[in-house]
Design a protein around this ligand. Structure first.
Ligand SMILES: Cc1ncc(COP(=O)(O)O)c(C=O)c1O
Length: 421
């Protein structure tokens, strides 16, 4: 494309390179380009559009709010929209789950929620080290990068990334060693060189890292280890929270209660920037204004977030539907993997986050390219970009999921045929 994008927009642009078209409108699980071509969207803003594009139930509330000249920007001043969000978040999300968290508005992106969590853990414990896991992804700011695995992203920092130590994630060593053997041995050994960590930060399912889903047992083991060693447990639920794995929080299935939780992406429900850092009540040792930021009070996001809670989280319907749709996707992908066992290594995921792991990493972007040509958006993930990643909106119909799976099957066939030639 020889146009204003390539002329003016930085070389850092990424997703647009895989989908070289100009998008104009979107509704539900479909997004349309200016040439009139419609695409099924199994990318969903990398997990930001769990309730679909321009969800009409949330749009109505947003339009009404704006039409009334209600406050849009307010830093962290008290507003009626913020009050309603806090009240409804407590009633719909926290109380029914027996969670007694305080809510920090750290700035609108996932990395803001992570930076606040890391700073708070360090301040509370007086310790510096934070343990993260192999193939973790926590964002692009320096603190978040220091606990992120990907070497290309880490190199981009341009400075040493300090005070983070990586440990093996669940199944990293293919079950060859008992869980946490290295971690716990190092914690117990005063000669190991591992300073006592302030916190452990973990994703229950590593989205960017290749859809690696930790087992509930591993997560419980981690929570137990943290408790025994008085290390804070931070769950980064930026991508897997808000129902992506079924329940509102992805850690619920494991029955663990993290000390700190990061949420963003689908929290506003509408693609509007919004993040929170949730902390155990006694961890709230911040001084007023000690951690601030201009965009902590984006009221339209409070409004659509309340909409999402009231429309989707007062009952169990969405959670059940997500799990049922996840099974449908898993079955479909397993059939594709069986047909193309030579090209596909494995299928993995949870809820409505799924990955098709290609044996040859070069094939994953090619499958996504073929899918794009056939009208389906999907991204790749994993350290080598070897995983074809599916994150359809949770509101995607079964017919749309089936159609997407057909496109994936055709795309894998096309890539295999091309490779065989
Ligand atoms: C688990 C996780 N944490 C943090 C982030 C960073 O979020 P943001 O890109 O909004 O800064 C992401 C983004 O993909 C993520 O997946």
């Amino acid at each position: 494309m020889n146009d204003v994008f390539t002329h003016l927009e930085s070389e850092v642009r990424g997703y647009c390179r895989g989908w070289p078209t100009v998008f104009t409108t979107a509704r539900g699980s479909r997004i349309t380009a200016e040439d009139g071509r419609e695409y099924l969207d199994f990318f969903a803003g990398a997990g930001t559009l769990n309730y679909g594009h321009n969800n009409p139930l949330l749009k109505r509330r947003l339009l009404d709010y704006l039409a009334a000249d209600s406050v849009v920007h307010s830093l962290d001043m008290y507003t009626a929209a913020k009050r309603t969000f806090l009240e409804r978040f407590e009633e719909v999300v926290l109380k029914p789950r027996g969670l007694d968290y305080k809510v920090q508005f750290p700035g609108p992106a996932g990395n803001h929620a992570v930076e606040a969590a890391l700073k708070l853990a360090r301040k509370y414990t007086g310790r510096e080290t934070v343990v993260s896991f192999t193939n973790a992804f926590h964002g692009m700011t320096l603190g978040a990068l220091a606990v992120t695995g990907n070497s290309m992203k880490r190199t981009g920092a341009g400075v040493p990334l300090g005070h983070g130590v990586a440990m093996p994630y669940d199944n990293y060593l293919d079950g060859r060693t008992p869980d946490f053997l290295l971690f716990e041995t190092m914690l117990d050994d005063s000669g190991s060189g591992l300073d006592k960590p302030a916190a452990v930060i973990v994703e229950t399912v590593q989205g960017e890292g290749g859809i690696n889903a930790a087992t509930a047992e591993w997560l419980r083991g981690l929570a137990d280890l943290c408790r025994r060693h008085e290390i804070l447990l931070i769950v980064d639920d930026v991508q897997m929270g808000c129902g992506r794995t079924g329940a509102f929080f992805s850690f619920e299935e494991a029955g663990i209660v993290p000390d700190i939780v990061c949420l963003s992406k689908s929290l506003s429900g509408y693609g509007l920037p919004f993040a929170v850092t949730l902390m155990r009540r006694d961890l709230d040792v911040w001084e007023p204004g000690e951690h601030n930021g201009t965009f902590r009070g984006f009221n339209p996001a409070f409004v659509t977030a309340v909409g999402a809670l009231e429309e989707y989280w007062t009952g169990e319907t969405l959670e059940k539907q997500t799990l049922a749709k996840g099974e449908l996707v898993e079955r479909g992908l397993n059939e594709i993997a069986l047909t193309h066992a030579g090209a596909i290594d494995t299928v993995r995921g949870r809820g409505l986050a799924w990955g098709l792991v290609m044996r040859d990493p070069d094939l994953a972007p090619r499958v996504c390219g073929e899918a794009f040509a056939r009208g389906l958006l999907m991204e790749t993930s994993g350290p080598e970009g070897e995983v074809v990643k599916l994150l359809p909106p949770l509101t995607t119909s079964e017919a749309e999921l089936a159609h997407g799976l057909e496109i994936i099957a055709d795309s894998v066939t096309a890539v295999r045929d091309a490779v065989a030639v």
